[in-house]
Design a protein around this ligand. Structure first.
Ligand SMILES: *Cc1c(COP(=O)(O)O)cnc(C)c1O
Length: 245
């Protein structure tokens, strides 16, 4: 049973965690000579209940992210009255696109043309505009996709052009997850700097695509130092996840 005390305890816990993350982001911005407003905190609420999303909203959070439609759809529905921007950050099957387009404002995991086509068709049908980030797999070989999704760097421009041309979609920028293997393993800063190079190249053709989503609980400092505009923080705010998510 969730009584008032549990609710207050959880609120205090989330508030304390948020304050610590806020401090880390501020310190990282200061160290990089960046303004705090240049970095947006997205809290990754995957595996945690809608009640936590409501508490986070009470505490001032306005951007949340999810990676599985099965969990995200009911949670977003339960929080439909809140002014939240929902980001989808997981590998996305085309048969889930119609559901995701119903609540997601931004899909950060766009990594193949078939997905662009499906998102566009669903967005048009739902009469919505969906922001899209091309997910880059920094460790993928040319022409391949990453083990955790994402397109190899040589595929960025083709996908970006497809998003840009697609009805119902808006090209917002790039996203990455620091690789666990390959030449960038354990070198988050180098990985994020590489992403920033691709992001500047992208902006040459698509000036409005200025969002760079990089950095998680363990490496937000490296991402902010490299120039990320959005960090995606799960465990540092909500605690260790009860299961892999
Ligand atoms: C889970 C997840 C995060 C957050 O990771 P933490 O280590 O919990 O901060 C960020 N990005 C993506 C794509 C994720 O799946």
């Amino acid at each position: 049973m969730t009584d008032r005390t549990d609710h207050t305890d959880r609120r205090d816990e989330l508030a304390a965690n948020l304050a610590r993350v806020e401090e880390r982001i501020s310190a990282a911005c200061a160290a990089a000579g960046r303004k705090r407003e240049e970095v947006t905190l997205i809290v990754v609420t995957k595996t945690y209940p809608a009640s936590d999303v409501r508490l986070l909203h009470e505490l001032g959070v306005r951007h949340v992210a999810e990676n599985r439609d099965q969990d995200a759809a009911p949670k977003a529905a339960a929080c439909a009255d809140l002014d939240l921007t929902w980001h989808f950050v997981g590998q996305l099957q085309t048969n889930k696109v119609r559901s995701v387009v119903g609540y997601a404002d931004v899909v950060q995991s766009v990594d193949r043309i078939r997905l662009v086509d499906a998102l566009s068709a669903a967005a048009v049908k739902a009469e919505r505009e969906i922001g899209c980030l091309v997910q880059v797999a920094l460790d993928a070989e040319a022409g391949e996709r990453g083990a955790r999704g994402g397109v190899a760097p040589d595929g960025i421009e083709e996908l970006a052009a497809a998003v840009d041309a697609a009805e119902g979609l808006r090209l917002d920028g790039l996203m990455t997850v620091a690789p666990l293997a390959g030449p960038f393993a354990g070198r988050q800063h180098a990985a994020f700097e590489r992403l920033m190079e691709f992001a500047s190249r992208l902006r040459a053709n698509h000036p409005a695509a200025n969002m760079v989503s990089a950095g998680m609980s363990a490496d937000l400092e490296e991402a902010v130092a490299a120039g990320a505009t959005h960090v995606r923080i799960g465990t540092a705010v909500l605690g260790d996840r009860p299961r892999l998510g």
